[in-house]
Design a binder for this molecule. Structure first.
Ligand SMILES: CC(C)(COP(=O)(O)OP(=O)(O)OC[C@H]1O[C@@H](n2cnc3c(N)ncnc32)[C@H](O)[C@@H]1OP(=O)(O)O)[C@@H](O)C(=O)NCCC(=O)NCCS
Length: 232
């Protein structure tokens, strides 16, 4: 049977000093941000995750009963009515928008939402492996788009490992991007991923979302299939 992986894309959330839908602890975090931009992105991420989880668990569940906490390394975890929900939750925010993904059990996942934009030569040399730089060289006319995709997939992998940027980004690699990367088409397309520092069967996906690219990285037992389910 295919393993479900739920995901959603959430628009910007209006910042309000009396923000409904947050637990008491979340409200304290929310009020503690010094910068409105971080407050807004954090809020969009929380609402993306709450929307996703309510729709999987029970559409009538009040958002303040779903609490998203970060572990010591920053990875998000969901609590529902005070109980750890388990499974693996991942959040990303970019330019006010947010994406969230959740896999009920047995999978490590990471999601990343990234504005498609130009990356400098220096950035690519510092953070991409030689093989990834080679991939860019083969498609000169699409190098910006492919660089965004590669960077986003790396961030998704770092999240799936639960470690974030504590890992050298050259320890993980996008090995191949299908030719679909050349076109703006709807739907998920696969990416080939590998890691020098985390064993396991890595699976990757990406999709176009207007000004954004969304990527997913999953550590999946070999032979298992995935069912990517969008929540609106
Ligand atoms: C995880 C990370 C790679 C994502 O960076 P980003 O692309 O700039 O930001 P995104 O919006 O895509 O993702 C941020 C979300 O990633 C999640 N995240 C953070 N650390 C994580 C980790 N170790 N594992 C999995 N997910 C993580 C959080 O949910 C965070 O959102 P929140 O803080 O609002 O809950 C990066 O934030 C990171 O490495 N953070 C932890 C280490 C750190 O703070 N280092 C500081 C300087 S190196």
């Amino acid at each position: 049977m295919a393993e479900p992986l739920y995901w959603c894309l959430h628009p910007p959330v209006m910042i309000d000093q009396k923000q409904p839908g947050l637990s008491a602890d979340e409200e304290a975090v929310y009020k503690g941000f010094r910068f409105a931009a971080r407050q807004g992105s954090w809020l969009s991420g929380r609402f993306a995750a709450k929307r996703l989880l309510a729709s999987i668990l029970d559409d009538g569940l009040p958002y303040d009963q779903i609490e998203i906490v970060n572990d010591a390394l920053g990875a998000p975890q969901a609590m529902v009515s005070g109980q750890n929900l388990g499974g693996c939750l991942s959040i990303s925010h970019s330019d006010g928008w947010a994406a969230a993904a959740y896999a009920p059990a047995g999978l490590r996942i990471g999601i990343d939402l990234e504005v498609a934009e130009q990356r400098s030569e220096r950035f690519i040399q510092d953070y991409f492996t030689l093989a990834e730089q080679g991939l860019l060289a083969t498609r000169d006319e699409l190098a910006d788009r492919m660089a965004t995709l590669i960077w986003s997939a790396k961030e998704s992998m770092l999240k799936a490992m639960g470690l974030g940027l504590r890992v050298d980004t050259r320890q993980i690699q996008v090995d191949a991007i299908g030719d679909e990367a050349l076109l703006s088409q709807p739907g998920w397309f696969s990416l080939s991923l590998s890691s020098l520092c985390r064993n396991g069967n890595w699976t990757g996906f990406w999709r176009d979302a207007g000004a954004f690219v969304i990527t997913l990285a999953i550590i999946l037992e070999s032979g298992r299939e995935l069912d990517l389910i969008q929540v609106k």
